[in-house]
Design a protein around this ligand. Structure first.
Ligand code: SF4
Length: 236
């Protein structure tokens, strides 16, 4: 599998380039909250919701003292307000209660599995959200699997799985060294711009020759203008 991932990664880099990364590694709490906000919405709306919290309150301790419905109002633009505000309130309150401050710096010393175990013990935080902390805040060689990554890798034929979580466990452990960020980000671009959920643009796909999808759409299509803004590379 490693060799196949390497080939796909190289073709994606030839097509989309090496994705830029934020020079400053984001704090794990910031990154976790941004990722919670990003569930089932687009990156621009999640970024607005994140900034509504960051700009109004000087630190996460202040947000932890708000009641859940006040958080819900501030993050309304990202949708699923009730669910996301409950996950944020629970995370911040638990951290504050156990350590007297809001920090996840202790996880930097843990291995990947230990970090996933700890972060997924919080309500509303699953493997995808926790693995984003590994990649974006801790620079571990781990590829989070969202709906785009899951869909495209199944269509390509790299995996044959029924859920993003199963894709995550098939993929990780097989990634070439330091490939995770570019592989993850370029698969998201592929899924947003070419290999979309409803309609594929196989005629312009850089993976057309490697992809084993039996139902390729070879009609002439133009590239999508889907936003290239990437939330988790914009958290500072
Ligand atoms: S060839 Fe078509 S189905 Fe395969 S990855 Fe590209 S767009 Fe998706």
């Amino acid at each position: 599998m490693k060799r196949k991932i390497n080939t796909i990664n190289e073709l994606l880099v030839d097509h989309f380039g090496i994705p830029p990364r934020s020079k400053k590694v984001p704090d794990p709490v910031d990154l976790l909250i941004a990722t919670i906000l990003s569930q089932n919405t687009n990156d621009k709306n999640s970024y607005r919701a994140f900034n509504n919290l960051k700009e109004k309150y000087k630190n996460w301790e202040d947000v932890a003292h708000l009641n859940r419905s006040s958080i819900e109002k501030l993050i309304k633009v990202a949708g699923l307000g009730k669910q996301k505000s409950a996950a944020i309130k629970n995370l911040l309150s638990r951290l504050l209660k156990s350590d007297g401050k809001i920090s996840l710096n202790h996880i930097k010393k843990l291995n990947d599995e230990e970090i996933l175990d700890e972060l997924t013990s919080y309500n509303g935080i699953g493997i995808k959200t926790a693995s984003c902390v590994l990649l974006f805040s801790l620079d571990r060689n781990v590829c989070p699997v969202d709906t785009h990554v899951h869909r495209t890798l199944n269509r390509i034929g790299l995996v044959n799985t029924s859920s993003p979580e199963k894709t995550y466990y098939s993929l990780n452990g097989n990634l070439p060294t330091k490939a995770a960020h570019q592989f993850h980000t370029n698969l998201i671009r592929l899924g947003r711009e070419i290999c979309k959920a409803q309609k594929t643009g196989c005629s312009i796909c850089p993976l057309q020759k490697k992809c084993t999808c039996a139902d390729k759409n070879l009609e002439k299509v133009t590239g999508s203008k889907e936003s290239r803004f990437m939330l988790l590379d914009s958290i500072k």
